[in-house]
Design a protein around this ligand. Structure first.
Ligand SMILES: Nc1nc2c(c(=O)[nH]1)N[C@H]1C(S)=C(S)[C@@H](COP(=O)(O)OP(=O)(O)OC[C@H]3O[C@@H](n4cnc5c(=O)[nH]c(N)nc54)[C@H](O)[C@@H]3O)O[C@H]1N2
Ligand SMILES: Nc1nc2c(c(=O)[nH]1)N[C@H]1C(S)=C(S)[C@@H](COP(=O)(O)OP(=O)(O)OC[C@H]3O[C@@H](n4cnc5c(=O)[nH]c(N)nc54)[C@H](O)[C@@H]3O)O[C@H]1N2
Ligand code: SF4
Ligand SMILES: [Mo]
Length: 668
């Protein structure tokens, strides 16, 4: 049998296998059934690139890096940890780490160093969905699976461009369309996903709550709410009614930038279809009101009872391959481990399990809060693993200035060309996809195993092993004495028994079955529509658009959004050099509407100056009518993009508002 693994890019989690000299999609793998996208099959090239980081490196006074050995590297990290207050230590992880990596890093930080400042780049990605699910269901649980698409009549995609960001899932959607599925896309851009849809609503960025409130109000006015479901299973309907009845309908529709006819077209499809799934990604999550945007969409499912039934429900699409696994293990600073929080009982359970007395009793700093702490000179040590915060956090100038104040930064990366590189004092070489093994959980709770395809470069180590080495050097020999990734997973499996009512319990899972196989945790967790809240009822929470995002002005009249293109992965350390992947779209451009371009006398292909209050970039214009007037779009493969973005955060999830920046465009 071929070596079977799973793709390390997006949250779809396609099974792929090594066939003689190339990668192919695994035919009998339930998620992708042989389908695979260009990124997945290109993984093989990423191991071979010359841009790999192959040895530990220490920064000298003059800024140059010199190779050093592992022992000295780990000793110097242990030294810094020993002489620092745990509150002044941060660990920044990634939704691209495997569960084993996450588990050991989290155990080290929260369990043995005694800092809860262990957060992940999922903060910039999934945090709003996590908080919304917790508020509504009492638990971070995605109640839909990809195969539900085959039993669904209407799919509503809000702020999600699956054709570019979840290619194989999008292929599944297109296949279901042939069998009768209807799709609606709500997105300020006419993306490829929107072009494939039956209805596209080019909403003004930041106004989804207005639109979704109008839909909710209409459902109630038309007596289409499932009152029986609401009475039996949902809290808050009476209060909700009181508030939703008062919304100014005409004003809200105007704010969305949509016509009454467009709204009616939406309602017609909504009423004409029985089984409805809504799915969303960064168009909702990355917002100063990301949690509320999520709630306003989930509310539609509670109001209509279209939830916990095959082919129905609110489906947050995970971006990174293991962002879901990271949440389970405890990679967010706002959870401790296995979905437990920082209440006394949880700390007691986890302390007993890890045999430690070091766990601090309140949530740690989130990603951008670490930057703020660094700014105030309150961070002595930052360990960054599998992510590039200088590239990806908002308001880059501020991030750079803050990181310059951190006395010791460790970067663990498999590649040599991150933007964080020049801020690190010590850089450690990780073994990338293909050279390591471990597990990941995709966007519909399916756990699979990544297998090793080739021998490991001599000085590279899997991420978990690096954290375990630090733990052992600190004297916690027993706690970090794992023989291999399978041993780490075994301990994690045991720990999942501690999760609330055992909802995450994986203790019976046979690891061998994960080789090329799939396992779904938490099937039908809400049996009989009983949720995980104290009274087992879901919470219907009224929200309104507070307009907290950066406002456009006479000087900065455009809303700048940022996002993905199909064949590239974020900063492109793995994809930008693969020739085959570079053909789809350039790494850097700015989309501007045809009428706006005409007004500003900008022609297609011309270089323009784009500025916000925080910075400016010269970018090549792509003039198109596939974007709303007065909005702009820059792909995040433009590595300098976050010099432009604002650092407003959602008050609950602390997720950044990357998609709403007041900007100006000028001819050069
Ligand atoms: N090819 C590729 N695929 C990827 C990734 C990658 O780097 N490359 N990254 C992965 C990751 S980590 C993530 S998080 C996902 C992201 O997946 P997506 O969120 O689907 O992708 P984005 O391009 O970030 O944004 C989606 C859409 O939101 C729209 N949008 C912006 N503001 C608003 C708004 O206010 N309202 C609405 N309704 N829409 C809005 C944008 O126009 C954009 O088309 O992709 C994953 N898949
Ligand atoms: N303006 C704007 N900013 C954004 C977003 C946006 O939409 N707009 N999206 C946000 C979101 S959703 C996300 S998920 C983030 C993504 O932001 P990042 O996580 O910073 O993006 P990547 O380029 O995927 O970074 C992954 C890093 O891990 C390294 N790496 C690869 N394999 C391994 C390995 O096996 N081990 C280790 N240790 N390292 C490895 C890569 O070389 C790379 O440097 O960006 C966020 N920032
Ligand atoms: S759709 Fe996502 S998981 Fe599947 S091959 Fe493409 S990048 Fe990999
Ligand atoms: Mo993401």
């Amino acid at each position: 049998m071929n070596i079977r693994s799973v793709c390390g890019y997006c949250g779809t989690g396609c099974g792929i296998e090594f066939d003689t000299d190339r990668l192919i999609g695994t035919i009998d793998y339930p998620i992708n059934e042989g389908m695979v996208c260009a990124k997945g099959v290109s993984e093989l090239h990423t191991i071979e690139t010359t841009d790999r980081l192959l040895r530990p490196h220490l920064r000298k006074e003059d800024g140059d890096f010199i190779p050093i050995d592992w022992d000295l590297s780990i000793s110097s990290i242990a030294h810094h940890i020993r002489f620092s207050d745990p509150k002044r230590i941060g660990i920044y992880l990634s939704g691209q780490m495997l569960s084993e990596d996450y588990y050991v890093a989290n155990k080290l930080g929260k369990g043995f160093i005694g800092t809860n400042n262990v957060d992940t780049n999922s903060r910039t990605c999934m945090a709003s969905a996590v908080v919304a699910y917790q508020k509504v269901f009492g638990i971070d649980y995605v109640p839909v699976q990809m195969q539900d698409i085959d039993h669904c009549d209407l799919l509503i995609l809000v702020g999600a461009n699956t054709a570019d960001a979840h290619v194989v899932f999008n292929n599944k959607i297109q296949r279901a369309k042939k069998s009768g599925l209807t799709t609606i896309v709500i997105d300020p851009r006419r993306t490829e996903t929107a072009q494939q849809a039956d209805l596209h609503l080019p909403i003004r960025p930041g106004t989804d709550i207005d639109f979704l409130s109008l839909v909710a109000r209409r459902i109630i006015d038309d007596d289409r709410a499932d009152v029986q479901y609401l009475e039996k299973h949902v809290n808050g309907y009476v209060q909700y009614l009181r508030k939703i009845k008062k919304i100014p309908k005409v004003k809200l529709l105007k704010r969305c930038g949509l016509t009454a006819a467009q709204f009616e077209a939406f309602m017609t499809l909504f009423y004409a279809n029985e089984n409805i799934i809504s799915a969303w990604t960064m168009g909702l999550n990355q917002s100063s009101q990301g949690v509320d945007k999520n709630l306003s969409l989930i509310n539609l499912h509670l109001l209509t009872g279209k939830i916990n039934k095959r082919g129905n429900g609110p489906f947050s699409l995970t971006g990174q391959p293991n962002a879901m696994g990271g949440r389970e293990v405890g990679g967010l600073s706002t959870t401790l481990a296995v979905h437990l929080g920082f209440d006394d009982e949880s700390i007691k359970k986890v302390s007993e399990f890890w045999q430690t007395d070091k766990i601090a009793d309140k949530a740690g700093l989130t990603a951008f809060e670490m930057i703020e702490a660094a700014e105030r000179g309150e961070l002595d040590l930052l360990i960054i693993c599998h992510t590039d915060p200088v590239y990806h956090l908002p308001n880059r100038k501020r991030v750079e200035a803050a990181l310059k104040k951190v006395p010791f930064i460790v970067e663990i990366n498999a590649y040599d060309n991150s933007e964080t590189k020049s801020f690190a004092h010590l850089r450690l070489p990780a073994a990338p996809w293909g050279e390591k093994e471990g597990t990941q959980t995709n966007m519909d709770r399916t756990i699979t195993r990544q297998e090793r395809l080739t021998r490991r470069a001599i000085d590279c180590k899997p991420d978990w092993e690096i954290f375990a080495m630090i733990g052992k050097k600190l004297g916690f020999q027993k706690a970090f004495d794992f023989e291999d990734a399978a041993a780490v997973f075994k301990e994690y499996q045991e720990m999942t028994r501690l999760s609330e009512r055992g909802h995450l319990d994986l203790s019976d899972l046979d690891q061998g079955s994960l080789r090329g196989g799939a396992y779904v945790w938490g099937k039908q967790l809400f049996e009989n529509d009983e949720y995980f809240t104290p009274d087992r009822r879901a919470n219907l929470i009224y929200v309104q658009n507070e307009r907290l995002s950066e406002a456009v002005s006479v000087t900065h009249p455009f809303i700048l959004m940022t996002g993905r293109t199909r064949d590239q992965w974020h900063s492109g350390t793995k994809t930008a050099f693969v020739d085959k992947l570079r053909k789809h779209r350039p790494l850097s451009f700015i989309e501007i509407n045809t009428n706006d371009a005409k007004e500003l006398k900008i022609s297609d292909g011309e270089r323009v100056k784009v500025s916000t209050k925080r910075g400016k970039l010269i970018l090549q214009a792509q003039v198109t009518d596939a974007i709303r007037e007065k909005t702009l779009f820059v792909p995040i493969t433009e590595r300098r993009i976050n010099y432009l973005t604002n650092d407003l955060l959602d008050p609950y999830s602390k997720q950044p508002d990357y998609n709403h920046n007041a900007a100006k465009v000028e001819r050069l």
